[in-house]
Design a protein. Structure first.
Length: 105
């Protein structure tokens, strides 16, 4: 996985909006995804291409339609690598503080 591509994809509010829509209901067409956005179909396609390149969206053909699906794995990997390790330190520090305060009481 290329973290830079995932971070770049997540940096844009339109792309986050598209991911949120897929989270609510997966397997949407381009027409469904572009509704609610004030941009051209070509603009939405460019955003979807960035999401696909980052591995955040996968597509599957169903007849003449191309369906878009959310792939949450890259986000989870980002979470595990960049967020979870910092949370652990904070939780450990709070647990140690709690023990220390209880010993003083």
């Amino acid at each position: 996985m290329d973290d830079d591509r995932v971070f770049k994809a997540l940096a844009d509010p339109t792309r986050r909006f598209l991911l949120d829509r897929l989270f609510v209901r997966d397997g949407r067409t381009l027409l469904e995804l572009e509704s609610g956005l004030e941009m051209t179909r070509f603009g939405v396609m460019k955003h979807l291409r960035v999401l696909e390149d980052a591995g955040l969206v996968v597509t599957r053909r169903s007849g003449r339609e191309k369906l878009h699906y959310l792939n949450p794995v890259p986000i989870r990997l980002i979470h595990d690598r960049w967020i979870n390790k910092y949370i652990e330190r904070r939780v450990s520090a709070l647990a140690e503080l709690k023990i220390e305060l209880e010993e003083q009481a």
